[in-house]
Design a protein around this ligand. Structure first.
Ligand code: UD1
Length: 430
């Protein structure tokens, strides 16, 4: 079994380059099939989720040409199969973006219903409500969501809850509907804006992305385009937190500092120095971190995808902090693992009460999901002794070359796949 093994308490120092945003790339690659010619998408992260989605697109007849690890040429104009199997959807939930993209372009789509995910129940009722409002008939049969329309007609949709996925999926269908669509209470995340910009680069008419009202005027055709995905705010935040946790000094490059405001503000709250440059942020931490409170919220609030990493920092801060998870109910599964490293955390419903300890101690822990896995790596980098993180396939879904990037900052971390390699690492660092 593949694992990350690391020896902690080494301050991270130096520079790290952030890749393209996974969540933006997933939606953009799905939307790319809507063009009638080839589309080139750059700055794609070379991570498992993206690779699975590209396979799913190939699986329905899309032409996918990997120009280099971070650039793809994609042509979806010859797709004749509108059914995306469970094989893909069980690997990545985001393949449901093909529902909006296929429905928009081909007026029909069948995508396996995503199963329960490990961070809580993740319904897709809002996506379905949006497609129905646009005039599609949507049914759920034999584990498949089937959506079909003779015509999609623009309409006024109010989302009862702010949802990134529903906003993007409805937007993709609506750009090829007839007439005007208004999406109210839309998500404002940077990747919603990125997808809107990408669709616009193909000829879509969208206004208001990044606010809570998105206005779309449908077009008949979308043309080819060349587009570069925005930097990944969560990968950036993860490295910023790793710098702080290890008392380090790291310049995180190729970021949009505005997208990191909530993350930077909380780092400043707990005593870190965060300096912003045009396309980089530098995080420096000296001394014990201070307590704070956080509540996860839709953008521009504190991102739920940074919640586990934040808890790891607060677990070492002076005093008692609280972390309230308001987006996904089951996002504290890493707490038991962190407790095994010496953390003192009590979870009551959606609130974690964290009493900071001086230092974690290395242990063997398992990644329960993608972001929690990254958080456990941060804990290991800060811990006394050796930490082994299991189930790293979750981490590899969303972080490209994670151990390599950390090593370049001075961390002692390796990916191992045998007991012998693990022992060799232990001997080397002892
Ligand atoms: C996306 C991100 C994920 C991030 C999340 C919140 C991708 C691939 N994933 O997930 O990393 O944690 O945004 O920023 O981009 N909801 C409903 N009905 C729906 C849809 C959502 O009730 O039809 C609820 C969810 O249960 C959740 C909330 O709305 O409580 C927000 O979920 P949503 O923004 O849709 O998350 P995802 O798009 O799945």
């Amino acid at each position: 079994m593949e694992q990350y093994v690391m020896r902690g308490r080494i301050p991270l120092n130096g520079e790290v380059e952030i890749g393209g945003a996974k969540n933006a790339a997933l939606a953009i690659l799905a939307a790319a099939i809507q063009a009638s010619d080839s589309v080139i998408v750059e700055n794609i992260p070379n991570v498992r989720d993206v690779n699975v989605l590209l396979e799913a697109i190939r699986g329905i007849g899309g032409i996918v040409d990997r120009i280099d690890p971070h650039t793809v040429r994609l042509n979806g104009s010859l797709i004749t199969d509108y059914r995306v199997d469970y094989e893909y959807i069980k690997k990545i939930r985001a393949s449901y973006y093909l529902l909006g993209a296929l429905l928009g372009k081909y007026k029909q789509a069948e995508v396996a219903l995503p199963g329960g995910c490990d961070i809580g129940s993740r319904p897709i009722d809002l996506h379905i409500k949006g497609f129905r409002a646009l005039g599609a008939e949507v049914s759920i049969e034999h584990g498949l969501i089937k959506a079909k329309a003779d015509r999609l007609i623009g309409t006024h949709i109010y989302l009862d809850k702010v949802s990134v996925g529903a906003t993007i999926n409805i937007m993709m269908a609506a750009v090829m509907a007839e007439g005007k669509t208004i999406i109210e209470n839309a998500a404002k995340e940077p990747h919603v804006v990125d997808v809107a910009n990408f669709l616009s680069s193909m000829g879509a008419r969208i206004r208001g992305a990044g606010t809570d009202v998105i206005r779309i005027v449908g077009v008949e055709n979308l043309h080819g385009s060349e587009y570069a995905v925005i930097p990944d705010q969560i990968e950036a935040g993860t490295f910023m937190f790793a710098a702080a946790a290890t008392q380090g000094d790291v310049l995180v490059k190729n970021v949009i500092p505005k997208h990191l405001e909530a993350t930077s503000a909380k780092l400043a709250d707990i005593g870190c120095t965060v300096r912003e440059y045009d396309d980089a942020v530098r995080v420096t931490m000296k001394g014990r971190m201070k307590r704070t409170q956080i509540t996860t919220l839709p953008y521009p609030g504190f991102p739920t995808d940074m919640q586990p990493q934040m808890s790891v920092l607060l677990g070492m801060a002076e005093g008692t902090s609280t972390v309230t998870e308001s987006i996904f109910e089951n996002r504290f599964k890493y707490v038991d693992e962190l407790t095994r490293m010496g953390a003192n955390i009590k979870v009551e419903s959606n609130i974690a009460v964290i009493s900071g300890v001086e230092c974690y101690t290395g242990a063997i822990v398992s990644a329960p999901d993608l972001r929690a896995g990254a958080a456990l790596v941060i804990a290991g980098l800060a811990a006394d002794g050796v930490t082994v993180v299991d189930d790293i396939h979750y981490i590899e879904r969303g972080y490209e070359a994670f151990p390599q990037k950390l090593s370049a900052l001075g961390a002692q971390i390796e990916k191992v796949s045998t007991e012998k390699e693990l022992q060799k690492f232990r001997l080397k660092v002892s």
